[in-house]
Design a protein around this ligand. Structure first.
Ligand code: FES
Length: 110
């Protein structure tokens, strides 16, 4: 695991406080929350759609394809895909990544 510089913080602000970026083999969703930066898998565990709808009031991310919802704090799926309501949500959680700000840039540990 090593820290990798991703994008400037300005890009995150310009993206509405969330942005998805490819980091090595990973697609990572970065979100600026009231508590600070968060980083989580940016690809849905159901059918691999790119995530990106962030609800700051619930700290959740919704998949645009079939509406699965993930908790940004721990990566757990909190609502299953609408087309697969009996999905094993505990197995469909997403990975979290360590993330930090460094000299105006976002860095993630992958
Ligand atoms: S691909 Fe995300 S809910 Fe289906």
């Amino acid at each position: 695991m090593a820290w990798q510089k991703v994008v400037g913080l300005k890009a995150l602000e310009n993206g509405g406080n969330h942005i998805t970026a490819k980091v090595g083999e990973n697609v990572v969703l970065f979100v600026k929350t009231q508590k600070g930066l968060e980083a989580m898998d940016g690809v849905c565990s159901h059918a691999k759609c790119i995530l990106g709808e962030y609800d700051s009031s619930k700290n959740e991310v919704k998949c645009p394809c079939h509406n699965a919802v993930f908790n940004l704090e721990n990566g757990h799926m909190v609502n299953p895909p609408s087309v697969a309501p009996n999905s094993p949500m505990d197995k469909l959680g997403l990975r979290k990544f360590n993330v930090r700000e460094n000299n105006g840039f976002i860095e993630v540990e992958v």
